[in-house]
Design a protein around this ligand. Structure first.
Ligand code: HEC
Length: 117
């Protein structure tokens, strides 16, 4: 093999996973996986009355029962900066598309209506 052949083999091996993930459809939300990721949300969104206590009292929106697509969109907007709340921006920038999909599936399904199943 010539050095050029080694190079193109290596380039193909590097490129393949990138192409595969770029072409993938948006990840489907997995509520069970989402339930493992809410630890970083319940500190604020799980408070009765939906208010933070520190450093100042402000209202925190209720997430359970929101539409899945709405939650996904909201998190993407915090991540991109289209929504500008500082704490939510900090959190959303740490989330992957898959995290967002899972969290949205979890919170969308966490409404009381699922209790009747
Ligand atoms: C530090 C407290 C805090 C944490 C932690 C937190 N949030 Fe939030 N979140 C807020 C506040 C406050 C708002 C309202 C911000 C605003 O007015 O834009 C909000 C808004 C949202 C919204 C938009 C709701 C709406 O009705 O528009 C979503 C969705 C959301 N958070 C999801 C999450 C998820 C998922 C996590 C965990 C990964 C999380 N948040 C962690 C405080 C927090």
């Amino acid at each position: 093999m010539t050095p050029a052949m080694y190079f193109s083999l290596g380039a193909a091996a590097l490129l393949f996973p990138m192409l595969a993930s770029a072409q993938g459809s948006p990840p489907a939300g997995d509520a069970a996986a989402g339930s493992q990721k809410i630890q970083m949300c319940i500190g604020c969104h799980g408070i009765p009355g939906w208010r933070t206590a520190f450093p100042e009292v402000y209202k925190v929106p209720k997430l359970g029962g929101q539409h899945e697509a709405y939650i996904v969109k909201a998190l993407q907007e915090y991540r991109s900066g289209a929504r500008s709340h500082p704490s939510m921006r900090a959190i959303a920038t740490s989330l992957s598309d898959k995290d967002i999909a899972d969290l949205a599936a979890y919170y969308a399904g966490a409404a009381p209506k699922t209790a009747s199943k």
